[in-house]
Design a protein around this ligand. Structure first.
Ligand SMILES: Nc1ncnc2c1ncn2[C@@H]1O[C@H](COP(=O)(O)OP(=O)(O)OP(=O)(O)O)[C@@H](O)[C@H]1O
Ligand SMILES: [Mg+2]
Length: 348
């Protein structure tokens, strides 16, 4: 899947700020590159902070519509009625305050891309109207009689499994199927082997430029960063580094246990400590080293076997159940490795 023909150029990656070289991330990039070539609707899925908005922009700017508008709209940020008003616009007199006819974001995005962020938050009514728009390219402004047309590519993002919402009855199945004609899954940071280092160095370089003060990462802190599970993914990593960058006067940015929890990072004691002792105690260091080894080992086993848990367990000489428990402990999702490129003979 990550064939040479599909690889994104270095310039594109720099311009779009897509940092990372792990197999999981490269597979996502190759897919982004591929879907950018078409005009079909794309659903980008991934945990919070995995880069869904970056991916949506990449789909737009790598595609034929790159010189046309990219219009983002956060569906979760507006109440039900306002969202329809935003998307479709309104006719004069549609409601008490509607003195003029106003075009909506669909009209603004004509020729380009409309990015529906947090698409799961759309009301049922808005879903119906958008489904119709996806089917035949027509819509009506609120209170308007006239049918309007627009040529818009829809890219949507969600960090919730829409299938689950459909089962619970809060999302329309037909709309979901239409949205995820093409789907891009962004891997969580804990499954992007080696990317924490690259993302950290890259982000510190950006902060150094922004604040005109060069600071580098302390090598031991990198180990702590690599051990962390990153429930908030790349955004959480950026926040931790940004905070520590601002809190130290040294040319070296250090990360400690308390760096991961903003609430415990405020006391003067901790702030003073952050520029002092930098050794982890033996027990913590050992725990982390073991954790790092286990996670890396499991990920490699899953990559070798294309996500086949039984095969992976066998190749590691472990019981399937025990192996499954370890996967769970490290939050490793077997589906992520399904159909990976590893040849079967590597699955020893
Ligand atoms: N691969 C990456 N390389 C560099 N920076 C990244 C990468 N992925 C994410 N980021 C950065 O992480 C932050 C979060 O990314 P983004 O806003 O795209 O995530 P998201 O998935 O939309 O999050 P949320 O679900 O919370 O809206 C941004 O500052 C973004 O620039
Ligand atoms: Mg987002």
């Amino acid at each position: 899947m990550v064939g040479a023909a599909a690889a994104m150029t270095h310039e594109d990656r720099m311009r779009l700020n897509l940092v990372g070289n792990s197999p999981a991330f490269l597979a996502a990039l190759a897919l982004i590159q591929r879907v950018a070539r078409s005009d079909a609707t794309v659903l980008i899925q991934g945990e919070t902070g995995t880069g869904k908005e970056l991916a949506a922009r990449a789909v737009h700017y790598l595609g034929a519509r790159r010189d046309q508008p990219f219009i983002p709209v956060n569906c979760g940020a507006l109440p039900d009625q306002l969202i329809e008003n935003e998307l479709f616009g309104h006719a004069r007199g549609a409601y008490t305050d509607a003195r003029d006819t106003t075009a909506g974001l669909i009209a603004d995005a004509d020729g380009g891309t409309l990015f529906l962020d947090e698409v799961e938050a759309l009301s049922m009514r808005a879903q119906v109207a958008l489904l119709r728009f996806l089917q035949d390219g027509t819509y009506r402004a609120l209170g308007g009689k006239q049918e309007r047309r627009a040529q818009v590519r829809i890219v949507a993002a969600s960090n919730i499994d829409l299938g689950e919402l459909v089962r619970r009855g809060s999302f329309r199945a037909d709309f979901m199927y239409r949205l995820r004609l093409l789907a891009v899954d962004l891997p969580p940071l804990r499954e992007r082997e080696g990317d924490v280092a690259q993302l950290s160095h890259n982000y510190l370089r950006r902060l150094s430029q922004q604040y005109r003060e060069v600071k580098l990462l302390d090598p031991q802190s990198l180990i702590a960063l690599q051990m962390h599970a990153w429930p908030g993914n790349v955004r959480e990593l950026e926040n931790v580094l940004h905070r520590e960058f601002l809190l130290t006067d040294d040319a070296t940015v250090r990360v400690r246990e308390w760096s991961f929890d903003p609430a415990s990072n405020r006391g003067p004691r901790q702030v003073a400590a952050s520029s002092g002792e930098n050794m982890l105690d033996f027990h913590t260091a050992k725990e982390r080293a073991i954790g790092e080894f286990e996670r890396g080992y499991l990920i490699r086993a899953m990559q070798r076997t294309g996500g086949n848990v039984s095969k992976a367990a066998l190749s590691c000489g472990k019981e399937r159940r025990a192996f499954g428990k370890l996967l769970k402990k490290y939050g490793i999702d077997k589906d992520r490795y399904r159909g990976s490129d590893a040849p079967a003979e590597l699955a020893r």
